[in-house]
Design a binder for this molecule. Structure first.
Ligand SMILES: Cc1cc2nc3c(=O)[nH]c(=O)nc-3n(C[C@H](O)[C@H](O)[C@H](O)COP(=O)(O)O)c2cc1C
Length: 174
């Protein structure tokens, strides 16, 4: 039986390649997908249905504590792509949507594929947030390489690129 994964998706440009990651991860995991509201500006989950278990993009429905159920039942929690915003909220224990509430309730290390412009990544406040999360055992899986800058089209060196499929599976021990 496949392990259960929560895949948290945030408003980073890397979300446009989500379907490729989900199709590969679904070979190994039953995936519950949580998209933030801002993630839905980059990716619409239509077409992912065949690869995932459940899909959530609403904050909270009724008074059922979905965030607690999701946090308790997942054996792997992957944030891909992880925005600077959600990573920073996580570092400060902020729980203001379904994804961040589930993160706060999750008791094990989270795999975090940080994905953002180098200006955001290199911000000293953000670097402190990353150091803090690493000190709590969370695992960063972003990669360093030359990448096309989304707005200017320039090639820039970036430490916060999406992981290759091979590296992602290796880190997840698959
Ligand atoms: C066109 C555009 C591209 C963006 N790309 C990124 C990105 O790659 N990484 C990032 O951390 N934030 C990026 N942002 C900013 C986030 O979308 C913003 O911080 C948002 O609040 C993230 O919300 P979330 O963490 O709840 O998904 C981008 C914003 C826009 C308008």
């Amino acid at each position: 039986m496949k392990e259960k994964m929560i895949l948290g998706v945030t408003g980073s440009v890397g979300a446009i390649s989500l379907v490729n990651y989900v199709s590969i991860l679904s070979d190994y995991y039953n995936i519950d997908l949580i998209l933030t509201k801002n993630a839905t500006a980059f990716v619409q989950p239509k077409g992912l249905d065949t690869f995932i278990n459940n899909y959530y993009n609403k904050e909270f429905k009724s008074c059922y504590p979905l965030h607690i159920e999701l946090a308790k039942t997942a054996s792997v929690f992957l944030l891909l792509p992880a925005s600077a915003n959600t990573i920073s909220k996580m570092a400060h224990g902020i729980a203001d949507n379904l994804l961040t509430s589930t993160l706060l309730a999750y008791e094990n290390p989270v795999y975090i594929a940080a994905n953002m412009n180098p200006l955001m990544w290199n911000n000293p406040v953000f670097q402190d947030n990353i150091k803090y999360l690493k000190s709590k055992g969370h695992i960063f899986i972003n990669e360093s390489k030359m990448a096309r800058e989304a707005c200017t089209g320039e090639d820039v060196y970036s430490d916060a690129c999406m992981p290759s499929f091979d590296n992602l599976l290796k880190i997840l021990k698959k």
